[in-house]
Design a protein around this ligand. Structure first.
Ligand code: PLP
Length: 394
């Protein structure tokens, strides 16, 4: 028998990818399944982005590049931070990686020693805790329930910080809830962070452009410019430009840390795909109309899905400020029906009996909820909501 490392034994395969695979398998058996599990936009990658990549191939731009990204892409990212976020960076503060996932992975590897604590508000993106565990760190999960708009309070943050705390993760707008912190809320968190200079902050802005909140988009550095020196801003092209398969993410932050993260990348994947980097540059520098168009469509679907779910007995659904997810609380349905034990069993039953794939809230550290992705056509959503209504309230 092969004994696996204790490190890998601590983690589980991504549950969101698992449900997508399960739905695919059922479909292959001929079952009629509507997938609301996916974490990616359903739109095609914009034409001008694809053209840039095709041109790169024709030009023979198919070799190793600088580990941290080609200079022209890094320049485009620097210009993007100035344009969209009012943030100034030098080239040695930017690292381009194989998706936003690798950006966070590199960060955990470069920052954490065994036993170091990382504060992760739940509901969280499924990968944060496992990437922290892989780096030997300890995920300290604090709960941001629906009653509090899925956001943590300054008091909760203060209580969670210990001398071992190295990092706070903020993901706004949030996967899986769509909730976004306001500038005032971030400023209040910043007040606490100022008292604990050993704590760095990772703001994961992956859904920055899929956003319809009342205030303009704002991250913690915008709210607290004095935290610039200890904040890492993570972003990428996957969601905004419908480029999940191209695998390009990027991060900006303190040069010392970025350099260490680059070393880790140089000993794991080396550069992200040369062709994808050219495509990402075209996306970031090009006409941004495509981003707005997709965002408007997501908002339309969001309104529809939230309205439909809210009308169902036992379902509590909070409108989001962005992303293409909604995260209804269905605990009352579980309790009143009594035939399923929890959200995991409910999601499984819904897939098998109603033919709708959703992800149980437990995967995001919030049992009693379901995550529905509305990155699919209105037609599919209408059909799915009919099935969900019939399934939940037969
Ligand atoms: N951050 C959040 C909050 C996400 O939801 C995702 C993808 O699901 C990522 C980062 C990573 O994106 P990528 O596909 O670029 O690795």
């Amino acid at each position: 028998d092969i004994t696996l490392s204790t490190r890998v034994q601590q983690i589980k395969p991504s549950p969101t990818l698992a449900i997508t695979a399960r739905a695919k398998a059922l479909r292959a058996e001929g079952k009629d399944i509507i997938g609301l599990g996916a974490g990616e936009p359903d739109f095609d990658t914009p034409e001008h982005v694809k053209e840039a990549a095709i041109q790169a191939i024709r030009d023979g731009f198919t070799k190793y590049t600088a580990v941290d990204g080609i200079p022209s892409l890094k320049e485009a990212i620097i210009a993007k931070f100035a344009r969209d976020n009012g943030l100034q960076y030098e080239a040695n503060q930017i690292l381009v990686s194989v998706g936003g996932k690798q950006s966070f992975y590199n960060l955990a590897q470069a920052l954490l020693n065994p036993g170091d604590e990382v504060i992760i508000p739940a509901p969280y993106w499924v990968s944060y805790p496992d990437m922290v565990l892989l780096a030997g760190g300890i995920p300290v999960v604090i709960s941001a329930p629906q009653e509090r708009q899925f956001k943590i309070t300054p008091e909760q943050l203060e209580d969670a910080i210990t001398p071992l705390t190295r990092l706070l993760v903020i993901n706004s707008p949030s996967n899986p809830t769509g909730a976004a912190y306001t500038a005032d809320e971030l400023a209040a968190l910043g007040e606490i962070l100022r008292r604990h200079p050993q704590v760095l902050i990772a703001t994961d802005d992956m859904y920055e452009h899929i956003y319809w909140g009342k205030e303009p988009f704002c991250n913690i550095v915008n709210a607290c410019p004095d935290l610039y020196e200890r904040t890492l801003v993570l972003n990428g092209v996957s969601k905004a430009y419908s480029m999940t398969g191209w695998r390009i993410g990027y991060v900006a932050g303190p040069a010392v840390l970025i350099k260490a993260m680059k070393s880790i990348q140089s000993q794991s994947t080396s550069n992200p795909t040369s062709i994808s980097q050219v495509a990402a540059q075209a996306a970031i520098e090009g006409d941004q109309t495509c981003v707005k168009t997709m965002c408007q469509e997501f908002k339309k679907r969001h309104d529809f899905v939230v309205r439909q779910l809210s009308a169902l007995p036992g379902v509590q659904c909070l409108p989001g400020s962005g992303t293409f997810y909604t995260f209804p609380n269905i605990q009352a349905v579980i309790t009143s029906r009594g035939e399923v034990k929890d959200d995991v069993e409910l999601a499984e039953k819904m897939l098998n009996e109603a033919g709708v794939a959703v992800v149980p809230g437990s995967a995001f550290g919030a049992p009693g909820h379901l995550r529905l992705s509305f990155a699919t056509s209105m037609e599919n959503l209408e059909q799915a909501l009919k099935r969900i209504a019939a399934f939940l309230n037969p």
